[in-house]
Design a binder for this molecule. Sequence first.
Ligand code: ZN
Length: 488
Amino acid sequence: MGYIKKAYREILNWLDNHSEVPKGWNEFVEKQEKYHNLIIKSSKNQCYCTNCNHNFISTKQINKQVKCPNCHNKYLIKRSNLRYYEFKDYLSILDMVNNTFVIRYFELKTIIDAKHEPHSSVVEFAREIPTNTYYRDVFVNDRVSICQCHIYIHHSDNNYFNPKKWRKYTRGYSPITYSIVFPNNIKNLLKNTKFQYSCIWDIAKHSTYIDLQELLKDKNEHEINKIEILTKMKLYNLALEADKFNSKGSFEKIFGVSKEYYPFMKKYNISYTQLKLLRLLHEKNIKKIRYLQNFVLYGDSTHDLEQISKYISLNRFIKYAKKHHRNIKMYLYKDYLRFAKQLGLDLKNNKYAFPKNLKEAHDKLEDECYIKENPKIKKAIIKRGKELSKNIYQDDKFTIIPARSINALQDESKQQNHCVRSYAEDYANGNCDIYFMRNIDNPEKSLVTVEVQDNNIVQSRIKNNNEPTKTQLIFLSRWEQKVLKGAA
Ligand SMILES: [Zn+2]
Protein backbone atom coordinates (compact mmCIF):
# COMPACT_ATOMS: atom_id res chain seq x y z
CA MET A 1 0.00 0.00 0.00
CA GLY A 2 1.69 3.13 -1.20
CA TYR A 3 1.99 6.31 0.75
CA ILE A 4 0.03 9.27 -0.63
CA LYS A 5 1.63 12.65 -0.18
CA LYS A 6 -0.30 15.23 1.79
CA ALA A 7 -1.17 17.58 -1.07
CA TYR A 8 -2.60 14.70 -3.06
CA ARG A 9 -4.47 13.29 -0.08
CA GLU A 10 -6.12 16.69 0.34
CA ILE A 11 -7.19 16.74 -3.28
CA LEU A 12 -8.69 13.25 -3.02
CA ASN A 13 -10.50 14.18 0.19
CA TRP A 14 -11.80 17.39 -1.26
CA LEU A 15 -13.27 15.49 -4.21
CA ASP A 16 -14.86 12.92 -1.90
CA ASN A 17 -16.60 15.66 0.05
CA HIS A 18 -17.55 17.98 -2.78
CA SER A 19 -17.79 15.39 -5.48
CA GLU A 20 -20.34 16.22 -8.06
CA VAL A 21 -20.43 14.90 -11.57
CA PRO A 22 -20.56 17.57 -14.27
CA LYS A 23 -23.75 18.44 -16.11
CA GLY A 24 -24.44 16.10 -19.00
CA TRP A 25 -22.58 13.18 -17.44
CA ASN A 26 -25.69 10.98 -17.05
CA GLU A 27 -26.59 11.46 -20.70
CA PHE A 28 -22.99 10.65 -21.62
CA VAL A 29 -23.11 7.41 -19.61
CA GLU A 30 -26.45 6.48 -21.15
CA LYS A 31 -24.97 6.99 -24.59
CA GLN A 32 -22.13 4.61 -23.76
CA GLU A 33 -24.57 2.10 -22.28
CA LYS A 34 -26.27 1.88 -25.64
CA TYR A 35 -23.19 0.11 -26.98
CA HIS A 36 -23.55 -2.59 -24.32
CA ASN A 37 -26.23 -4.59 -26.07
CA LEU A 38 -26.51 -7.75 -28.11
CA ILE A 39 -28.64 -9.30 -30.76
CA ILE A 40 -29.92 -12.65 -29.54
CA LYS A 41 -30.51 -15.17 -32.27
CA SER A 42 -32.79 -18.19 -31.92
CA SER A 43 -33.98 -20.75 -34.42
CA LYS A 44 -35.25 -19.80 -37.88
CA ASN A 45 -33.03 -16.68 -37.89
CA GLN A 46 -35.23 -15.00 -35.28
CA CYS A 47 -33.31 -12.07 -33.82
CA TYR A 48 -33.99 -10.01 -30.74
CA CYS A 49 -32.38 -6.65 -29.91
CA THR A 50 -31.61 -6.23 -26.17
CA ASN A 51 -31.53 -2.46 -26.65
CA CYS A 52 -34.98 -1.82 -28.10
CA ASN A 53 -36.67 -5.25 -27.67
CA HIS A 54 -37.35 -5.38 -31.37
CA ASN A 55 -37.71 -8.77 -33.11
CA PHE A 56 -36.52 -9.26 -36.67
CA ILE A 57 -35.09 -11.83 -39.07
CA SER A 58 -31.45 -11.93 -40.08
CA THR A 59 -29.33 -14.59 -41.74
CA LYS A 60 -26.08 -13.14 -40.37
CA GLN A 61 -23.99 -15.57 -38.38
CA ILE A 62 -23.35 -15.80 -34.64
CA ASN A 63 -20.45 -13.56 -33.49
CA LYS A 64 -20.87 -11.26 -36.46
CA GLN A 65 -22.40 -7.83 -36.14
CA VAL A 66 -25.78 -6.83 -37.42
CA LYS A 67 -27.68 -3.58 -37.50
CA CYS A 68 -31.01 -3.61 -35.69
CA PRO A 69 -33.61 -2.35 -38.19
CA ASN A 70 -35.53 -0.57 -35.42
CA CYS A 71 -32.90 1.31 -33.34
CA HIS A 72 -30.30 1.23 -36.14
CA ASN A 73 -27.48 0.28 -33.77
CA LYS A 74 -24.95 -2.37 -34.70
CA TYR A 75 -24.55 -5.22 -32.22
CA LEU A 76 -22.83 -8.55 -31.87
CA ILE A 77 -25.02 -11.60 -32.50
CA LYS A 78 -25.13 -14.27 -29.79
CA ARG A 79 -27.01 -17.54 -29.54
CA SER A 80 -30.23 -17.66 -27.52
CA ASN A 81 -28.80 -20.19 -25.06
CA LEU A 82 -26.49 -17.46 -23.76
CA ARG A 83 -26.66 -17.32 -19.94
CA TYR A 84 -24.32 -14.43 -19.19
CA TYR A 85 -22.45 -11.71 -21.03
CA GLU A 86 -20.44 -8.81 -19.73
CA PHE A 87 -19.42 -5.45 -21.20
CA LYS A 88 -16.89 -3.19 -19.51
CA ASP A 89 -15.66 0.27 -20.42
CA TYR A 90 -13.56 2.83 -18.64
CA LEU A 91 -15.02 6.33 -18.69
CA SER A 92 -13.32 9.41 -17.31
CA ILE A 93 -13.95 12.95 -16.19
CA LEU A 94 -11.40 15.72 -16.09
CA ASP A 95 -11.61 17.79 -12.92
CA MET A 96 -9.57 20.51 -11.26
CA VAL A 97 -8.86 21.06 -7.57
CA ASN A 98 -6.62 23.92 -6.37
CA ASN A 99 -5.34 24.48 -9.90
CA THR A 100 -4.33 20.84 -10.16
CA PHE A 101 -5.83 18.57 -12.80
CA VAL A 102 -7.39 15.33 -11.65
CA ILE A 103 -8.65 12.59 -13.96
CA ARG A 104 -11.42 10.52 -12.42
CA TYR A 105 -11.88 7.01 -13.81
CA PHE A 106 -15.16 5.12 -13.77
CA GLU A 107 -16.02 1.66 -14.89
CA LEU A 108 -19.24 1.17 -16.79
CA LYS A 109 -20.28 -2.46 -16.59
CA THR A 110 -23.28 -4.07 -18.20
CA ILE A 111 -24.40 -7.61 -17.56
CA ILE A 112 -26.74 -9.35 -19.95
CA ASP A 113 -28.48 -11.98 -17.82
CA ALA A 114 -30.09 -15.29 -18.68
CA LYS A 115 -33.32 -13.51 -19.52
CA HIS A 116 -31.28 -11.38 -21.93
CA GLU A 117 -31.94 -8.20 -20.02
CA PRO A 118 -29.11 -5.69 -19.71
CA HIS A 119 -28.18 -4.27 -16.27
CA SER A 120 -25.68 -1.42 -16.21
CA SER A 121 -23.86 0.29 -13.39
CA VAL A 122 -21.11 2.85 -13.24
CA VAL A 123 -18.70 3.34 -10.33
CA GLU A 124 -15.65 5.49 -9.70
CA PHE A 125 -12.59 3.43 -8.94
CA ALA A 126 -9.46 5.44 -9.73
CA ARG A 127 -8.07 8.97 -9.89
CA GLU A 128 -4.97 10.27 -11.52
CA ILE A 129 -3.05 13.46 -11.02
CA PRO A 130 -1.09 14.17 -14.21
CA THR A 131 2.63 14.49 -13.64
CA ASN A 132 5.54 15.38 -15.83
CA THR A 133 7.48 12.26 -15.00
CA TYR A 134 7.48 8.77 -16.40
CA TYR A 135 5.76 7.42 -13.30
CA ARG A 136 2.09 8.07 -13.08
CA ASP A 137 0.30 9.09 -9.91
CA VAL A 138 -2.73 6.83 -9.95
CA PHE A 139 -4.84 6.09 -6.89
CA VAL A 140 -7.49 3.41 -6.54
CA ASN A 141 -10.18 2.95 -3.94
CA ASP A 142 -11.52 0.00 -2.02
CA ARG A 143 -13.57 -1.25 -4.95
CA VAL A 144 -10.44 -2.41 -6.70
CA SER A 145 -9.08 -5.91 -6.19
CA ILE A 146 -5.91 -7.00 -7.83
CA CYS A 147 -5.49 -10.58 -8.84
CA GLN A 148 -2.63 -11.91 -10.95
CA CYS A 149 -1.90 -8.54 -12.49
CA HIS A 150 -5.51 -7.98 -13.46
CA ILE A 151 -7.79 -5.60 -11.75
CA TYR A 152 -11.32 -6.32 -10.80
CA ILE A 153 -13.75 -3.58 -9.88
CA HIS A 154 -16.56 -4.35 -7.44
CA HIS A 155 -19.78 -2.66 -8.40
CA SER A 156 -22.01 -3.75 -5.52
CA ASP A 157 -22.85 -1.03 -3.04
CA ASN A 158 -22.53 -2.53 0.39
CA ASN A 159 -20.55 -1.42 3.42
CA TYR A 160 -17.71 -3.73 2.61
CA PHE A 161 -16.08 -1.47 0.01
CA ASN A 162 -15.26 2.02 1.09
CA PRO A 163 -15.09 4.14 -2.06
CA LYS A 164 -13.44 6.96 -0.10
CA LYS A 165 -10.48 4.90 1.01
CA TRP A 166 -7.68 5.54 -1.48
CA ARG A 167 -4.37 3.82 -2.01
CA LYS A 168 -1.60 4.31 -4.50
CA TYR A 169 -1.78 2.10 -7.54
CA THR A 170 1.52 0.67 -8.58
CA ARG A 171 2.37 0.24 -12.20
CA GLY A 172 3.04 -3.30 -13.24
CA TYR A 173 -0.58 -4.25 -12.88
CA SER A 174 -2.85 -3.81 -15.85
CA PRO A 175 -2.61 -0.11 -16.59
CA ILE A 176 -5.48 2.30 -16.14
CA THR A 177 -4.61 4.46 -19.10
CA TYR A 178 -7.14 4.64 -21.88
CA SER A 179 -10.68 5.76 -21.31
CA ILE A 180 -13.66 7.28 -23.04
CA VAL A 181 -13.36 10.87 -21.91
CA PHE A 182 -16.37 13.00 -20.98
CA PRO A 183 -15.85 15.97 -23.32
CA ASN A 184 -18.36 18.63 -22.24
CA ASN A 185 -16.53 20.28 -19.33
CA ILE A 186 -13.00 20.26 -20.72
CA LYS A 187 -13.03 23.54 -22.61
CA ASN A 188 -14.20 25.37 -19.52
CA LEU A 189 -11.60 23.76 -17.27
CA LEU A 190 -8.75 24.58 -19.62
CA LYS A 191 -9.63 28.29 -19.72
CA ASN A 192 -6.73 30.41 -18.47
CA THR A 193 -4.36 27.47 -18.60
CA LYS A 194 -1.68 26.93 -21.25
CA PHE A 195 -4.11 24.49 -22.88
CA GLN A 196 -6.79 27.08 -23.52
CA TYR A 197 -6.46 26.89 -27.33
CA SER A 198 -5.45 23.23 -27.51
CA CYS A 199 -8.89 21.95 -28.65
CA ILE A 200 -8.35 18.81 -26.56
CA TRP A 201 -12.12 18.82 -25.92
CA ASP A 202 -12.70 18.15 -29.61
CA ILE A 203 -10.38 15.16 -29.52
CA ALA A 204 -12.37 13.77 -26.58
CA LYS A 205 -15.53 14.24 -28.58
CA HIS A 206 -14.28 12.45 -31.70
CA SER A 207 -11.91 9.75 -30.49
CA THR A 208 -12.78 6.89 -28.17
CA TYR A 209 -10.32 5.49 -25.70
CA ILE A 210 -7.70 8.13 -25.29
CA ASP A 211 -4.93 8.59 -22.76
CA LEU A 212 -5.93 11.97 -21.37
CA GLN A 213 -2.95 12.23 -19.05
CA GLU A 214 -0.65 11.85 -22.06
CA LEU A 215 -2.29 14.90 -23.64
CA LEU A 216 -1.93 17.00 -20.51
CA LYS A 217 1.52 16.05 -19.36
CA ASP A 218 4.79 17.79 -20.01
CA LYS A 219 3.71 19.86 -22.98
CA ASN A 220 5.34 23.06 -24.13
CA GLU A 221 3.68 25.74 -26.20
CA HIS A 222 5.00 24.29 -29.43
CA GLU A 223 3.60 20.84 -28.71
CA ILE A 224 0.23 22.20 -27.66
CA ASN A 225 0.19 24.19 -30.88
CA LYS A 226 0.66 21.02 -32.90
CA ILE A 227 -2.27 19.39 -31.11
CA GLU A 228 -4.36 22.43 -31.92
CA ILE A 229 -3.44 22.42 -35.61
CA LEU A 230 -4.21 18.72 -36.07
CA THR A 231 -7.48 19.03 -34.17
CA LYS A 232 -8.55 21.97 -36.28
CA MET A 233 -7.79 19.89 -39.36
CA LYS A 234 -10.26 17.39 -37.84
CA LEU A 235 -7.53 14.75 -37.70
CA TYR A 236 -8.38 13.90 -34.11
CA ASN A 237 -6.69 10.54 -33.84
CA LEU A 238 -3.51 12.01 -35.31
CA ALA A 239 -3.72 14.85 -32.80
CA LEU A 240 -3.38 12.21 -30.09
CA GLU A 241 0.07 11.51 -31.46
CA ALA A 242 0.98 15.06 -32.34
CA ASP A 243 4.54 14.51 -31.12
CA LYS A 244 5.14 12.28 -34.15
CA PHE A 245 4.74 15.18 -36.58
CA ASN A 246 6.73 18.19 -37.61
CA SER A 247 4.66 21.31 -37.66
CA LYS A 248 6.55 22.93 -40.48
CA GLY A 249 6.61 22.30 -44.20
CA SER A 250 4.15 21.19 -46.84
CA PHE A 251 1.31 18.76 -46.22
CA GLU A 252 3.32 16.03 -47.86
CA LYS A 253 6.33 16.76 -45.71
CA ILE A 254 4.31 16.62 -42.52
CA PHE A 255 2.17 13.58 -43.25
CA GLY A 256 4.23 11.64 -45.77
CA VAL A 257 1.36 11.51 -48.26
CA SER A 258 0.20 14.08 -50.78
CA LYS A 259 -2.59 16.51 -50.03
CA GLU A 260 -5.09 14.65 -52.17
CA TYR A 261 -5.34 12.13 -49.32
CA TYR A 262 -6.52 14.74 -46.82
CA PRO A 263 -10.31 14.30 -47.34
CA PHE A 264 -9.86 10.56 -46.96
CA MET A 265 -7.80 10.96 -43.78
CA LYS A 266 -10.40 13.28 -42.33
CA LYS A 267 -13.38 11.16 -43.31
CA TYR A 268 -12.06 8.11 -41.45
CA ASN A 269 -10.34 10.04 -38.66
CA ILE A 270 -7.34 7.85 -39.34
CA SER A 271 -4.91 6.84 -36.63
CA TYR A 272 -1.16 7.13 -36.80
CA THR A 273 -0.79 3.43 -37.62
CA GLN A 274 -3.34 3.81 -40.39
CA LEU A 275 -1.41 6.77 -41.77
CA LYS A 276 1.75 4.70 -41.86
CA LEU A 277 -0.12 2.02 -43.79
CA LEU A 278 -1.56 4.61 -46.14
CA ARG A 279 1.99 5.73 -46.93
CA LEU A 280 2.82 2.19 -47.98
CA LEU A 281 -0.43 1.37 -49.74
CA HIS A 282 -1.00 4.65 -51.61
CA GLU A 283 -4.67 3.90 -51.97
CA LYS A 284 -7.72 5.54 -50.43
CA ASN A 285 -9.20 2.29 -49.27
CA ILE A 286 -10.05 2.03 -45.58
CA LYS A 287 -11.02 -1.63 -45.85
CA LYS A 288 -7.58 -2.58 -47.07
CA ILE A 289 -5.93 -0.41 -44.45
CA ARG A 290 -7.98 -2.03 -41.68
CA TYR A 291 -7.14 -5.45 -43.05
CA LEU A 292 -3.43 -4.60 -43.02
CA GLN A 293 -3.75 -3.45 -39.41
CA ASN A 294 -4.14 -7.10 -38.49
CA PHE A 295 -0.46 -7.45 -39.28
CA VAL A 296 0.72 -4.57 -37.14
CA LEU A 297 2.22 -5.94 -33.98
CA TYR A 298 3.59 -4.14 -30.96
CA GLY A 299 1.74 -0.86 -30.99
CA ASP A 300 2.29 0.99 -34.20
CA SER A 301 5.19 -0.95 -35.65
CA THR A 302 4.58 -1.39 -39.35
CA HIS A 303 8.14 -2.58 -39.81
CA ASP A 304 7.30 -6.00 -41.27
CA LEU A 305 4.89 -4.55 -43.81
CA GLU A 306 7.42 -1.90 -44.76
CA GLN A 307 9.96 -4.62 -45.46
CA ILE A 308 7.48 -6.68 -47.44
CA SER A 309 6.40 -3.69 -49.51
CA LYS A 310 9.98 -3.36 -50.76
CA TYR A 311 9.56 -6.62 -52.62
CA ILE A 312 5.87 -6.91 -53.50
CA SER A 313 2.98 -4.46 -53.51
CA LEU A 314 0.77 -4.54 -50.42
CA ASN A 315 -2.16 -5.33 -52.69
CA ARG A 316 -0.44 -8.54 -53.61
CA PHE A 317 0.38 -9.16 -49.98
CA ILE A 318 -3.33 -8.84 -49.12
CA LYS A 319 -4.13 -11.38 -51.81
CA TYR A 320 -1.60 -13.81 -50.39
CA ALA A 321 -2.75 -13.26 -46.81
CA LYS A 322 -6.39 -13.83 -47.74
CA LYS A 323 -5.48 -17.06 -49.46
CA HIS A 324 -3.95 -18.24 -46.20
CA HIS A 325 -6.74 -16.85 -44.02
CA ARG A 326 -4.47 -14.22 -42.55
CA ASN A 327 -2.30 -16.92 -41.11
CA ILE A 328 1.08 -15.63 -42.29
CA LYS A 329 4.14 -15.62 -40.12
CA MET A 330 5.41 -12.16 -40.95
CA TYR A 331 8.96 -12.65 -39.72
CA LEU A 332 9.29 -15.69 -42.00
CA TYR A 333 7.67 -14.05 -44.98
CA LYS A 334 9.77 -10.90 -44.96
CA ASP A 335 12.93 -12.99 -44.75
CA TYR A 336 11.67 -15.33 -47.42
CA LEU A 337 11.18 -12.39 -49.81
CA ARG A 338 14.62 -11.05 -49.04
CA PHE A 339 16.22 -14.42 -49.77
CA ALA A 340 14.19 -14.79 -52.96
CA LYS A 341 15.36 -11.40 -54.14
CA GLN A 342 18.94 -12.18 -53.24
CA LEU A 343 18.73 -15.39 -55.22
CA GLY A 344 17.28 -13.57 -58.21
CA LEU A 345 13.84 -15.23 -58.16
CA ASP A 346 11.19 -13.39 -60.12
CA LEU A 347 8.85 -12.05 -57.44
CA LYS A 348 6.44 -10.77 -60.07
CA ASN A 349 5.63 -14.41 -60.52
CA ASN A 350 3.13 -15.65 -57.91
CA LYS A 351 4.87 -18.99 -57.91
CA TYR A 352 7.75 -17.33 -56.08
CA ALA A 353 5.97 -14.53 -54.28
CA PHE A 354 3.24 -16.72 -52.77
CA PRO A 355 4.85 -19.91 -51.46
CA LYS A 356 2.31 -22.57 -50.47
CA ASN A 357 4.31 -23.79 -47.53
CA LEU A 358 6.06 -20.72 -46.22
CA LYS A 359 8.19 -22.38 -43.59
CA GLU A 360 9.51 -24.97 -46.02
CA ALA A 361 10.16 -22.42 -48.76
CA HIS A 362 11.83 -20.08 -46.31
CA ASP A 363 14.17 -22.74 -44.97
CA LYS A 364 15.12 -23.85 -48.45
CA LEU A 365 16.00 -20.36 -49.63
CA GLU A 366 17.80 -19.63 -46.40
CA ASP A 367 20.08 -22.60 -47.06
CA GLU A 368 20.66 -21.45 -50.61
CA CYS A 369 21.51 -17.95 -49.50
CA TYR A 370 23.84 -19.36 -46.92
CA ILE A 371 25.59 -21.34 -49.61
CA LYS A 372 25.69 -18.40 -51.96
CA GLU A 373 27.20 -16.09 -49.39
CA ASN A 374 29.58 -18.65 -47.94
CA PRO A 375 33.14 -17.75 -49.07
CA LYS A 376 34.40 -21.31 -48.58
CA ILE A 377 31.77 -22.70 -50.92
CA LYS A 378 32.36 -19.90 -53.41
CA LYS A 379 36.06 -20.74 -53.54
CA ALA A 380 35.51 -24.48 -53.71
CA ILE A 381 33.21 -24.10 -56.71
CA ILE A 382 35.78 -22.07 -58.62
CA LYS A 383 38.35 -24.74 -57.85
CA ARG A 384 36.07 -27.54 -59.05
CA GLY A 385 35.25 -25.61 -62.21
CA LYS A 386 38.97 -25.48 -63.01
CA GLU A 387 39.45 -29.18 -62.29
CA LEU A 388 36.54 -30.21 -64.49
CA SER A 389 37.61 -27.95 -67.36
CA LYS A 390 39.54 -30.94 -68.67
CA ASN A 391 36.16 -32.40 -69.67
CA ILE A 392 35.13 -29.51 -71.90
CA TYR A 393 33.95 -30.89 -75.24
CA GLN A 394 32.32 -29.60 -78.38
CA ASP A 395 31.19 -30.58 -81.84
CA ASP A 396 29.99 -28.33 -84.66
CA LYS A 397 26.64 -27.67 -82.89
CA PHE A 398 27.02 -28.00 -79.11
CA THR A 399 29.51 -27.37 -76.36
CA ILE A 400 29.64 -28.57 -72.77
CA ILE A 401 31.38 -26.79 -69.90
CA PRO A 402 31.53 -27.24 -66.12
CA ALA A 403 29.91 -24.80 -63.68
CA ARG A 404 32.67 -22.35 -62.91
CA SER A 405 31.13 -20.20 -60.14
CA ILE A 406 28.21 -19.92 -57.77
CA ASN A 407 26.85 -17.11 -59.93
CA ALA A 408 26.99 -19.33 -62.99
CA LEU A 409 25.01 -21.99 -61.13
CA GLN A 410 22.50 -19.43 -60.00
CA ASP A 411 22.16 -17.98 -63.47
CA GLU A 412 21.60 -21.42 -64.93
CA SER A 413 18.83 -22.31 -62.53
CA LYS A 414 17.20 -18.94 -63.03
CA GLN A 415 17.19 -19.42 -66.81
CA GLN A 416 16.08 -23.01 -66.59
CA ASN A 417 13.52 -22.54 -63.86
CA HIS A 418 14.81 -25.45 -61.84
CA CYS A 419 16.78 -25.91 -58.72
CA VAL A 420 20.31 -26.83 -59.71
CA ARG A 421 21.20 -24.07 -57.29
CA SER A 422 20.53 -26.40 -54.43
CA TYR A 423 23.26 -28.69 -55.75
CA ALA A 424 25.84 -25.99 -55.11
CA GLU A 425 26.99 -27.45 -51.83
CA ASP A 426 27.25 -30.98 -53.21
CA TYR A 427 29.13 -29.64 -56.19
CA ALA A 428 31.52 -27.69 -54.00
CA ASN A 429 32.18 -30.77 -51.86
CA GLY A 430 32.80 -32.95 -54.91
CA ASN A 431 29.72 -35.13 -54.40
CA CYS A 432 28.51 -34.39 -57.90
CA ASP A 433 29.69 -32.62 -61.06
CA ILE A 434 27.56 -30.03 -62.80
CA TYR A 435 27.93 -29.16 -66.47
CA PHE A 436 26.13 -26.83 -68.81
CA MET A 437 25.50 -27.90 -72.36
CA ARG A 438 25.08 -24.94 -74.73
CA ASN A 439 24.56 -24.14 -78.39
CA ILE A 440 27.84 -23.10 -79.95
CA ASP A 441 26.32 -20.00 -81.56
CA ASN A 442 24.64 -18.94 -78.31
CA PRO A 443 26.93 -20.04 -75.49
CA GLU A 444 25.42 -17.66 -72.88
CA LYS A 445 21.98 -19.15 -73.07
CA SER A 446 21.23 -22.28 -71.06
CA LEU A 447 20.18 -25.34 -72.90
CA VAL A 448 20.72 -28.50 -70.87
CA THR A 449 21.93 -28.83 -67.30
CA VAL A 450 23.79 -32.04 -66.66
CA GLU A 451 24.62 -33.78 -63.42
CA VAL A 452 27.44 -36.32 -63.39
CA GLN A 453 28.50 -38.78 -60.72
CA ASP A 454 31.46 -41.09 -61.07
CA ASN A 455 31.72 -40.19 -64.73
CA ASN A 456 28.11 -41.20 -65.38
CA ILE A 457 25.43 -38.80 -66.45
CA VAL A 458 22.80 -39.18 -63.76
CA GLN A 459 20.52 -36.36 -64.80
CA SER A 460 20.06 -34.05 -67.76
CA ARG A 461 17.37 -31.40 -67.75
CA ILE A 462 16.19 -28.65 -70.05
CA LYS A 463 13.95 -25.76 -69.10
CA ASN A 464 11.22 -26.45 -66.52
CA ASN A 465 12.64 -29.88 -65.76
CA ASN A 466 11.82 -31.40 -69.15
CA GLU A 467 13.82 -34.09 -70.91
CA PRO A 468 16.36 -33.02 -73.58
CA THR A 469 15.71 -33.68 -77.26
CA LYS A 470 17.05 -36.67 -79.15
CA THR A 471 19.93 -34.76 -80.83
CA GLN A 472 20.93 -33.27 -77.50
CA LEU A 473 20.94 -36.73 -75.90
CA ILE A 474 23.10 -38.10 -78.70
CA PHE A 475 25.66 -35.36 -78.11
CA LEU A 476 25.65 -36.03 -74.37
CA SER A 477 26.07 -39.75 -74.77
CA ARG A 478 29.00 -39.23 -77.14
CA TRP A 479 30.61 -36.87 -74.60
CA GLU A 480 30.03 -39.37 -71.79
CA GLN A 481 31.69 -42.17 -73.75
CA LYS A 482 34.52 -40.19 -75.32
CA VAL A 483 35.50 -37.79 -72.56
CA LEU A 484 34.19 -38.96 -69.21
CA LYS A 485 34.90 -42.62 -69.74
CA GLY A 486 37.91 -41.94 -71.90
CA ALA A 487 36.93 -44.42 -74.64
CA ALA A 488 38.60 -43.69 -77.95
ZN1 ZN B 1 -32.74 -2.32 -31.62
